[in-house]
Design a protein around this ligand. Structure first.
Ligand SMILES: Cc1cc2nc3c(=O)[nH]c(=O)nc-3n(C[C@H](O)[C@H](O)[C@H](O)COP(=O)(O)OP(=O)(O)OC[C@H]3O[C@@H](n4cnc5c(N)ncnc54)[C@H](O)[C@@H]3O)c2cc1C
Ligand code: FES
Length: 272
C-alpha cells in the first residue's frame, strides 16, 4: 500500500535526551525513504498504536532525519520514550521551508525561542557551511532559564566562531548566570546586522514571534524579509481536512513558514 497518507517505516538510529521532557531522535529508513526534505519543513511522525504528530526537521543528513520532540501529550510522549532500534512511521516532507538561498548576499538574523531552535538549526548549519554567500550573521536565542537551553554544546561551538554572533538570553536565572536576562526581543536592536539588507528567520512561541517580527519591522527590516513558522493543530498535513485552516491559508501546505507580510494577515483571522 502506498500514497500520501501512508507512512514509510523508519528506525531510530540514535536517541539523545536533551532536556527532561525533550529528546532528539535520528531516524533512518528501513526500506523506502521519503522525498528529500528542506529546512523548515515538517514530517508527520507515527508512534504506532498511539497516533501521529507534526514535527519539524531539526537536521537533514543524507537519508537520516533528525527530529527534536518535546513530550506534551500522548504522541509526543510515546516518541520521546522510544529507544534505538524502535520503528517510527514517517510521512512527509510537508509545507514550506526557510528560503535561505534567497538570503544570499544579505545579512541573516536567526531568532529562536525555546524549542524553536530545533526548526532553525538547519538554517544555521547551512549558513555556516556556505558562510561566504552571506553578509553579517547572528543567532539570538531565548529560553526560560539556563537549564532549558537546547543544543548547549552546539550553541557553544557556534558561539566560539568569529563569523556568526550568538547571543543567548533567559527569562530568569540564578545570580551565578553571567549571560543576558530578559526577553529575546531585547537583543534585536543590538544585533550586528543592517536592517535594510537583512533577512530574518524567527521561530518560537507565537507571542514571541509576533513581538520579534514587529521589533524587526520597526527597526527597518522589510516585512517580506521576516519569516516565521506557524503552528496549528494538524491531521492530514496535505490540505484536505481543514484542521489547520486560517481563512484561505492552510498552514500545512501554504505554511508553516510564511513571511511576516503574509503571517500578520493570517493571524488576524480567528482559528476555526
Ligand atoms: C508544523 C509543526 C511543527 C512542529 N514541530 C515540532 C517539533 O519540532 N517538536 C515538537 O516537540 N513539537 C512540534 N510541534 C508540535 C507538536 O506537533 C504537538 O506538540 C503535538 O502534535 C502534540 O501531540 P500529542 O498527542 O503529544 O499531544 P496532545 O494531547 O494532542 O496535545 C497536548 C497539548 O499540546 C497542545 N498542542 C497540540 N498540538 C499543538 C500544536 N501544534 N501547537 C501547540 N500546541 C499544541 C494541545 O492543545 C494540548 O494542550 C509542531 C507542530 C506543528 C504544527
Ligand atoms: S492539516 Fe489538514 S488541511 Fe492542513
Amino acid at each position: 500500500m502506498s500514497g500520501p497518507m501512508v507512512p514509510l517505516m523508519y528506525r531510530v538510529s540514535s536517541r539523545r535526551q536533551d532536556l527532561a521532557d525533550t529528546v532528539t531522535l535520528a531516524l533512518e529508513p528501513i526500506h523506502e525513504r521519503i522525498a528529500a526534505p528542506a529546512p523548515g519543513q515538517f514530517n508527520m511522525l507515527w508512534a504506532f498504536g498511539v497516533g501521529e504528530a507534526p514535527i519539524s526537521l531539526a537536521g537533514i543528513d543524507g537519508d537520516v532525519l533528525t527530529h527534536t520532540v518535546r513530550g506534551v501529550g500522548a504522541v509526543t510522549n510515546a516518541l520521546c520514550a522510544m529507544s534505538e532500534g524502535d520503528q517510527v512511521g514517517v510521512r512527509g516532507p510537508y509545507g514550506t521551508g526557510w528560503d535561505l538561498d534567497g538570503a544570499r548576499g544579505r545579512d541573516v538574523l536567526v531568532v529562536a525561542g525555546g524549542l524553536g531552535l530545533a526548526p532553525v538549526r538547519p538554517i544555521v548549519t547551512e549558513l555556516l557551511a556556505r558562510r561566504a554567500d552571506y553578509g553579517r550573521a547572528a543567532l539570538l536565542m531565548g529560553a526560560r532559564e539556563p537549564g532549558s537551553l537546547l543544543y548547549r554544546h552546539e550553541l557553544e561551538a557556534w558561539r566560539s566562531r568569529l563569523d556568526i554572533e550568538v547571543e543567548v538570553t533567559v527569562d530568569s536565572a540564578r545570580p551565578s548566570w553571567r549571560g543576558n536576562v530578559g526577553v529575546v526581543t531585547k537583543l534585536i536592536p543590538q544585533s550586528p546586522v543592517e536592517p535594510a539588507i537583512t533577512r530574518a528567520f524567527v521561530c518560537g512561541p507565537e507571542v514571541m514571534m509576533r513581538f520579534c517580527a514587529r521589533a524587526l519591522v520597526d527597526l527597518g527590516v522589510p516585512p517580506s524579509e521576516v519569516f516565521v513558522s506557524l503552528e496549528r493543530n494538524m491531521h492530514c498535513a496535505v490540505g484536505h481536512c481543514g484542521h489547520c485552516q486560517l481563512g484561505a491559508t492552510f498552514v500545512c501546505k501554504d505554511g508553516p513558514v510564511l513571511s511576516w507580510a503574509d503571517a500578520e494577515q493570517v493571524l488576524r483571522i480567528r482559528e476555526r
